[in-house]
Write a protein that binds this ligand. Sequence first.
Ligand SMILES: [Zn+2]
Length: 459
Amino acid sequence: MTPWISRFLAARLLDRQAGHRQRVAERFQRLRHYDYLGCESREVIRRVRLAALLACAAEHVPHFRTLLKGVSIRADNALEVLADLPPMTREQIQSDRARFVSDAAQEVREDYTGGSTGTPMKFLVDPAAQRAREASIMWADSLAGWRPGHRIAMLWGSDRDVCSATANLRLRLRWLIENRRWFDAFEMSERRLESYHRALTRFRPHLIVAYASAIDELAAYLEQKDLRPPYPSLAIVSSAEVLTQGMRRRVEAVFACPVYDRYGNREAGAIAAECSEHRGLHVNEFDFIVEVDSPDPFRRPGPLRLTYLANYAMPLIRYDSGDLALLAEGRCPCGRGTRRLQRIVGRISDVIVTRNGNRIHGEYVTHQLYGVEGVRRFQFIQESLDEYRLLLQPEGKGPPVEVTEEIRRRLETSLGPGVRVMIEIRPQLEKLPSGKFRFTASRLREGRHGDAETTGGPR
Ligand SMILES: [Zn+2]
C-alpha cells in the first residue's frame, strides 16, 4: 500500500496501549533532533540521563546496590562513577538473574535474546524501554532514508518477533498496516530465492533490512540469473552480521542502491547506524553510552561495552556486548556530532586463539584472501591447536589450485610451526541455527561461549 495509506491506518488502528504509538513517534523525533545538538548540550543530557539510571540502579537493583553503596551520584560525576564500575556479562545475569532486576519495576515484559542459538538469556523491559527500542529502530531506518509509511522488506532469521508475527493474527495485521513483509533468511534455496524475487518485485519495498550474508546470497542469485531487481527504491540495511567490503560492493552493484550498515541487539534495539556519508556508524547516543576497551580504540579493536540509558527494569550498565569494535576519529560531514563506531570487527566468541597465543578473527582471513579471484565466501575453522580448515565457497570456476596452495602456505606460516591448514571447496557453507553466518569458528571454544544475538531486529 502507499505510504500515506499506511500512515493513515496505522495512526487509527494500531495503538496497543493508549498513546503508545504517539509517544514512540515523539521519541523518534527527539533522537533525530539530539544528533544535531552541540557537543556541550549532548554531554549535559548524557550525564543527566546516566545519573538518573545509576541512582535508580543503586536504590532498586541488588547487584548495583552493593557496588554503589555510599557513592554520591550526580550529573557532574556520573561518567566517573560509571568508569569505576566493573563490566557486567551475560553469564552473570544468567547465573543469578534476580540480582539484576529492579524491585521497583512495573508492567514489565519478559523477552529473550539468543534464543535461537541455544543460550537464551531472559531479560525484562518496561514500557518506556519498549518505546525506546521501537523509536531507536525508526531512527536507524531514517538514517538510511526511511520515513513513516515506507514499505520495508525484512530478510531476516527466525527471530522471536518474526515467529510470533507470522503466527499471531493481530501482529500479522499490524505488519500489513505498517507496510512490512518478512522473508525467511533461514531458508535460501534457489527455489525460495526465485519466489522472494517475484514477491519483492510485486511489493516494491523502499528499504530492505537484511542479514549481511542473506542479502549477499540474494544478490549472488540475481547476478547469476542476470536479473536486474527493480527494488528497493531507497536502500539496503545490513545488520546482525559482519558486512565485508566484498559483500557491500556486490550488493550495491546488483541492487543499484547504497548499503547502510547497522549495529543493534535484541536487548536494546538499534545502537549505531550508518548515515549517507558511510564513514562509520553513528551511535544512538541518546540511549547508549558505548566504550571500546582497548589501549587505542581507534586502531586496535576491543570489547564493546554498552550502558543502556532507557531500561530501568533491568539496567544494563557497562554490559559486555560480546562484540569487538573500533571507534572512528573526527567529525562526520553529515552534520551529526555524535560519536561513531568505525566498524564492528566481529564477535569475541569467533576469535581463534592459536598455539602461540595470537588472536585472529574473520578479518584476518579476509585480508589473506584480498584480490583472490573465484572465492565467494569463506569459513575458517580451528579443529585443534594444530589443525585448521579453510572452507571456500567458489565463485564461477573457483580459485586455481596454485592460488589455494599459496593461501595455505601463507596461513601455515603465519599460524606458527607445526600447524596444518586444509583447504576445502564447498558449494554451500553452514550457518548457525539462527540463520546467521560466521566467518570463523573454533571447536576448542565450543560449549564455552554462547552465540549472542546481535540484531538490529524487527520491532
Ligand atoms: Zn554522518
